[in-house]
Design a binder for this molecule. Structure first.
Ligand code: CO
Length: 132
């Protein structure tokens, strides 16, 4: 069902410093910072030959990654995003298998529909599915 690894998301306390590190130390192609108020984060995408890295930091007081950064003040890997062809079919299949799907599909950082899957159902890893 899942296809390509669309991105790995890393929560960071200082987005400008993280973006500069990927650009200047690691020599990666780093995009602009983009606020995603619906998701409570500001993101920078780093484009690699085979996938992307999503650097993200809280946007607003109710950011869903605030707690993660409180527990991991230096930052850390937050979620993996896999591509699926049909997000509603994927969601329904996973609900049918007993997995917890976190909320209704939303429009994600790339203008496509995304859903998140509970990390306790997937070996301790928060998973985002993005419709291709
Ligand atoms: Co993501």
């Amino acid at each position: 069902m899942i296809g390509r690894l669309n991105h790995v998301a890393i929560a960071v306390p200082d987005l400008a410093a993280a973006a500069a590190q990927y650009r200047d130390s690691l020599g990666a192609a780093v995009g602009p910072a983009t606020d995603l108020p619906d998701h409570g984060v500001t993101v920078v995408f780093v484009t690699l030959p085979n996938t992307k890295i999503e650097l993200m930091t809280p946007f607003g007081d109710a950011s869903p990654i605030r707690g993660f950064l409180d527990r991991n003040p230096g930052g850390g890997v937050h979620h993996l995003c896999y591509e699926v062809a049909d997000i509603l079919a994927a969601r329904d299949r996973l609900i049918g298998l007993g997995a917890r799907v976190l909320g209704a599909p939303k429009i994600g950082a790339h203008g496509k529909r995304v859903v998140f899957l509970h990390p306790k159902d997937f070996t301790g890893t928060l998973i985002e599915l993005e419709e291709t």
